[in-house]
Design a protein around this ligand. Structure first.
Ligand code: SAH
Length: 358
């Protein structure tokens, strides 16, 4: 048996860990499964409400453990329906999650790290700097806290995208531990094909992901059409160049239902020319892939701007003419500065935060 936690928050523990915990208290293993279902499927917060457990075991659990979600410190509702949540973590760090409702579904934009080490020039999280990895509990807690706050029914159509703060492939063990519980029908019950990890392209970790039994979908932040241009925007490109990244994408074993997503943040005058679009089409030729064009979500801290809509449409048309499925993702929550990192950045700087506290 692996080491069993003796006290503290149960959120983030997997089925096996909860079973081990039950056994360490002289209980049968299946009691751990009951805890697991209670925490993640029924989403019970009060350990004394686990009435399917014996009174004695419940008393021990209550005296040593809790189930606590990260604390929602502030929330901001956008005119377009998006809600940005700022969480305060136990160590004082903050973290953000964006809830984006649509007619028939909702999408949650999750963070995988506090801050980020990668220094992409256009990204607000880069300005926060590298802080730390999130725990599996903190990742799951974002989903549990927001679905509770929004009263979302379990089994409703929910998409989860790791496109908030941080680089998920630099926190892969914790992200995968969380995904395993998220995707488990007896856990959180979000189908794997509705979970997406977005990466700058950490090639060795993409290769690790390829052999994972429980792997979500993969999105690559392309953001440029040439090596030099990409290195200027995303310094990580010097370590993992575009050419090698695309090779890794070609070698990536897609499941029959799956395609790769390439995200392309459009920055006016930077990476938005017709020639860029043609080069992107050349780079992606032969890949089972789609492209999401994201007009830049700007803020006062950085000089980049989104191109005018005509430019975005022209860029899309060039890719579509070359038979690459290409979609425009208008950033949600612009009035509440919901671009990744913007909220925490404002929090860190104690600026006045925009938007209406809900
Ligand atoms: N580190 C991961 C996940 C976080 S960023 C990654 O880079 O993929 C998620 C996506 O948002 C990336 O495609 C990134 O390029 C994009 N992005 C970052 N800042 C943005 C901004 N201000 N406006 C629009 N998209 C942005």
């Amino acid at each position: 048996m692996a080491s069993v936690i003796q006290s503290g928050n149960l959120l983030g523990l997997g089925r096996t860990e909860l079973e081990d915990l039950a056994v360490s208290h002289g209980q049968p293993r299946y009691r751990g499964g009951q805890l697991y279902r209670g925490i993640y499927a029924r989403r019970v917060l009060d350990l004394s409400a686990f009435t399917d457990l014996s009174r004695e075991f419940r008393a021990v659990l209550c005296s040593r453990h809790q189930i606590t979600y990260p604390e929602i410190a502030r929330e901001f509702a956008s005119r377009d329906g998006a809600v940005r949540y700022l969480f305060r973590l136990d160590d004082g760090n903050s973290l953000e999650t964006v809830y984006m409702p649509e007619a028939d579904r909702a999408t949650l934009c999750l963070s995988s790290q506090v801050g980020c080490a990668l220094d992409c020039r256009f990204c607000f999280t880069a300005l926060v700097g590298a802080r730390r990895n999130l725990t599996a509990g903190e990742i799951l807690g974002q989903v549990l806290a927001v679905t509770a706050a929004q009263n979302l029914p379990r089994g409703g159509r929910l998409n989860l995208v790791f496109m908030g703060m941080g680089e998920p492939l630099l926190n892969l063990p914790k992200v995968l531990a969380a995904v395993k519980i998220l995707a488990d029908a007896k856990g959180m019950g979000v189908p794997l094909r509705r979970i997406t990890i977005s990466t700058v392209g950490i090639i060795p970790r993409i290769q690790d992901l390829a052999s994972e039994p429980t792997r979500p979908k993969l999105a690559i932040s392309l953001n440029a059409s040439e090596e030099e241009q990409r290195s200027a925007l995303m310094p990580i490109n010097r370590k993992y160049p575009l050419a090698e990244l695309l090779q890794a994408c070609r070698a990536y074993p897609l499941r029959p239902w799956e395609h790769l997503t390439f995200e392309y943040v459009l920055l006016e005058g930077c990476n938005d020319s017709d020639a860029d679009a043609r080069r992107v089409a050349d780079l992606l030729r032969g890949l089972r892939a789609k492209v999401n064009l994201i007009p830049y979500n700007s803020g006062p801290e950085l000089p980049y701007r989104p191109p005018p809509l005509e430019r975005v449409l022209a860029f899309q048309q060039i890719l579509r003419d070359r038979r690459i499925p290409t979609f425009i993702r208008i950033s949600r929550g612009q009035d509440i500065h919901a671009a990744c990192g913007q909220l925490s950045l404002a929090g860190l700087r104690q600026d006045g935060l925009p938007g209406s506290p809900a």
